[in-house]
Write a protein that binds this ligand. Structure first.
Ligand SMILES: CC(C)(COP(=O)(O)OP(=O)(O)OC[C@H]1O[C@@H](n2cnc3c(N)ncnc32)[C@H](O)[C@@H]1OP(=O)(O)O)[C@@H](O)C(=O)NCCC(=O)NCCS
Length: 233
């Protein structure tokens, strides 16, 4: 096993003792701005501990990835709502146990360990949580990290279509599509201070086909591709 392999990495629920390492991880992943504060991370743990995950390398017990989620009642939101609305300014105090949607607020992997399957393991844990809680879906805003380079050439919608067709690879959306998500739409002011995406994100969805009925996937914009089949991950 090479030192950068993910074979020794496992995913478990986050504990309060992981927070310092998560803060360090945030600094390594987001070099120009800090996505989460210690107060917010502790708030997530006290409100919805099952939805918080870390990827740990068992070789040295170091945190090499994390994901944070909450449950929302989708009818309380508009599709164009932004990250602040969906996370109550990062505190998750809008977590609603009556909801049917797991909202993925964050996923990140140590930059020195990306591309080795750790993000995939984290998403497997998220899907397992969704199934075990009897939720219908996961939704998230995939910030369009590669869009800034194409902003003079095309709209964010055209950029997303090219990523879906694999004409362009996007560091976040290409990964999410491989995890079984499909695009529902493009949100123009999702994370307005994010320079890479110019604030834009794709609203994405993974459907729990064990539970979802036809009505739960009806009316998706066909522009973004066919709805996923039951046998997809
Ligand atoms: C997005 C992120 C979590 C992916 O984690 P990762 O551990 O690098 O991803 P994995 O190695 O598990 O990749 C899983 C699959 O996605 C694909 N993938 C990952 N990054 C990709 C990219 N930039 N372009 C195309 N495909 C990509 C892999 O090839 C792999 O495909 P496979 O299943 O066919 O082998 C990680 O790159 C990251 O932390 N990015 C910075 C933070 C971020 O932007 N988070 C999203 C916030 S919205």
């Amino acid at each position: 096993m090479t030192p950068t392999s993910s074979a020794s990495v496992f995913v478990r629920n986050t504990q309060a003792g992981d927070v310092d390492q998560i803060i360090d991880l945030c600094r390594r992943v987001y070099t120009t701005s800090m996505p989460w504060t210690e107060v917010q991370l502790h708030s997530h743990l006290s409100i919805f501990p099952q939805g918080q995950f870390v990827a740990i390398d068992s070789a040295d017990n170091k945190v090499v990835g994390m994901a944070s989620s909450l449950v929302v009642l989708w009818d309380d939101y508009e599709v164009n709502d932004n990250w602040r609305d969906f996370t109550d300014s990062g505190m998750f105090t809008n977590h609603d146990p009556e909801g049917h949607t797991l909202y993925g607020a964050e996923v990140m992997v140590d930059p020195t360990r990306q591309g080795k399957g750790i993000g995939k393991k984290i998403y497997a844990a998220r899907r397992e949580l969704t199934r075990s809680m009897g939720l219908l879906r996961i939704r998230a805003g995939a910030r369009l990290r590669g869009y800034g380079k194409f902003k003079q050439q095309m709209s964010p919608e055209d950029y997303v279509l090219k990523v879906i067709r694999r004409d362009i690879g996007d560091p976040t959306l290409s990964f999410q599509l491989k995890q079984g998500f499909r695009v529902l739409g493009v949100v123009r002011d999702y994370l307005h201070h994010d320079e890479e995406s110019m604030g834009h994100a794709a609203l994405i969805e993974w459907v729990n086909h064990q539970l979802a009925a036809r009505k739960d996937t009806y009316g998706r914009d066909p522009k973004f591709g066919k709805p996923r089949k039951k046998e997809d991950i």
